[in-house]
Design a protein around this ligand. Sequence first.
Ligand code: BGP
Length: 473
Amino acid sequence: MSFPKNFLWGGATAANQCEGAWDQDGKGDSICDHNRAGSRTSNTHRTFDLEIDTEHYYYPSHTAIDSYHHYKEDIALFAEMGFKVYRMSIAWSRIFPNGDETAPNEAGLQFYDDVFDELAKYGIEPLVTISHFEMPFHLGKKYDGFLDKRTIGFYENYATTLFERYKNKVKYWLTFNEINFGTMEHGKRISGLFNRDYTETEQYQALHNVFLASARAVIAGHKINPDFQIGCMLAYITMYPKTCRPEDVLKTQQINEKFNFFCGDVQVKGKYPYFMKRYFEKNNIQVNITDEDQAILQAGTVDYYTFSYYMTTCITDDLEKRDDKTGGNLFGGVSNEYLETSDWGWQIDPVGLRYTLNQIYSRYEVPLMVVENGLGAFDEVETDGSINDDYRIDYFKRHIIEMEKAIDDGVDLIGYTPWGCIDLISAGTGEMSKRYGFIYVDRDDEGNGSLARSRKKSFYWYKQVIESNGETL
Ligand code: BGP
């Protein structure tokens, strides 16, 4: 039992949470640039301002950890850990500042050329998320994001521009980050709908258009370079029935289908699952899905499946038993007395990762990658500058052991990129103090700090994990 020889060990980030330089070298404002921080530890989402008002402090994406200017230093540290792969995203509005132009911004393209060249120096394979929770603000404002079919074309044009430009530098691509948040209120982050309340029909229509954009990008990408591996990316929140009461089991199945299975089915199998068609009918949701759309979905299926895994949750159909104690309660979930939680209430479940890998693989049988996993925690810097994050080491150790067991179960798991391998801004709260990294960044929630990078204890630990291909934990 061991990890395959070419296993892709690495780490993951996203442009809007680390780059900063939000308005430099021709970059347009993205929807994230209009966000301000939410509140500490509360999991509240960031507030959104239509106009960027310079009176206010838009620290989160505007300056972030300034990796736009520190990428060489950061990549050198990733290389020191032995990364084989680095998952990053491209900021759409660096390439197309408004989103609907025909000609790209050369300075934006050049920036990512430089990043890829730097990675290549160390033999690190880039894994690129084409859209990670952001789109040019102008597309949101003028077109209502993906609710307008024209946005599909803008996305396809953007993706094609990347494929053409980087066809010899990037092999692994992901079309949309955590696409299944499009089934929830958070869909705003995926679809760009943010400006007003929208109906369920609009939400699912926008998501449908996101599916089409993804499929069209897959089709275009494979034409440009048949060796491209283009994948989907879902937020997988595994659900257990709270009890073995059949009603709880049934409820779990229903919620699980809609959140965890629906989007994967469309992107891997190329068609809408029966349960969603039924859901639309029963709830009078009128999504316009043409025959041509169905052909595109079928032709644009992904090559591999990736997901984020942070927590599991329990489901009950008994409303009175629902509580508010876990971050996994997005679905009216309830806590699991067998699990501990992070400081943000996320239920930590390493064994659940083995279960999840098997659940996904048995459904799709395509290669899998865990492209986000990790522990958001408050780190403390000792007087000698060291950061002894044993809790993080313990978290990763337990998850890696279960991944190895899943591989032994027969799952084709090809890579692992822990989230926020360098401390960055939290997507949920917009703050810095929820840290995930092996690398510490000196910056606080108010934006103070030198931005200096330093190695946490987990940095040295992860280095030896990679060196030994998962043998030394
Ligand atoms: C995922 C996102 C990431 C990331 C992570 C951790 O949902 O893809 O962008 O931030 O969650 O969440 P948070 O930053 O809220 O701790």
